[in-house]
Design a protein around this ligand. Structure first.
Ligand SMILES: [Zn+2]
Length: 224
């Protein structure tokens, strides 16, 4: 019974205690400001069967990710596919993707940096190419493309016509990358998420909502 961990308690003006299980199986409690720990624990105890069931369901339904360990066989995403890692001796470059990600043992101590460097290069290649394709198709002028380390957003657009994307976007399938590209390009024409904005997105990509859904479900696994 005491095996249930509360990962977060948020106290607000609400009147009742609510339990929320995240896609990572973490338990969040929303409680009134004056709720005592005893009251919260009593709700958790009463709902323990439901909590455990929900946690198992979330972990089974949504892909999970922990810290990377950089060990043989570990999966790394690129363009929506997971490739396993092989650590090799005397590789011709620090990191190379073929049927596996081949990482040279001599750079293992800085594996994370090596991967991020690789992802940044690929993001620049792939995203620049997609931006060129869609900006041409849509007749939009893009001044500059930036690859960033942003963690909380998938893209941004400046009033000067610079579009920015995080390198981790290159872990997503190409159709999802395309949606983010189209979204930012439309922002060059329409600053806000108005009806006109979404109409323009839909005109280019009728099934854009599927891509938004993909990012909602999988966005959290696109990271190092
Ligand atoms: Zn937007």
């Amino acid at each position: 019974m005491n095996t249930i961990n509360v990962d977060q308690i948020i106290r607000t003006d609400r009147k009742t205690i609510a339990l929320i299980v995240g896609r990572d199986g973490k338990l969040m409690v929303r409680a009134p400001k004056d709720a005592t720990n005893k009251q919260i624990l009593s709700v958790i105890e009463r709902k323990s069967t439901w909590i455990v069931k929900k946690q198992q369901e979330m972990i089974a339904t949504y892909p999970q990710i922990g810290e990377k360990e950089f060990v043989n066989g570990e999966g790394f995403l690129y363009l929506g596919q997971s490739y396993r890692l092989k650590i090799i001796d005397r590789g011709d470059m620090p990191l190379r993707l073929d049927d596996f990600f081949y990482l040279d043992r001599s750079v293992l101590f800085q594996a994370k940096e090596v991967f991020i460097h690789w992802y940044k290069e690929k993001a620049n290649e792939v995203i620049s190419e997609r931006v060129a394709w869609y900006s041409d198709k849509m007749g939009i002028q893009v001044k500059q493309i930036k690859i960033t380390s942003a963690k909380t957003r998938w893209g941004s657009c400046s009033s000067k016509g610079t579009v920015s994307f995080p390198w981790r976007l290159v872990m997503a399938p190409v159709p999802v990358i395309d949606y983010v590209v189209v979204h930012e390009l439309v922002h060059i024409l329409e600053k806000n998420h108005s009806k006109a904005f979404w109409n323009k997105v839909r005109a280019i990509m009728p099934d854009y909502q599927q891509k938004i859904r993909w990012l909602e479900v999988n966005g959290h696994i696109l990271k190092m």
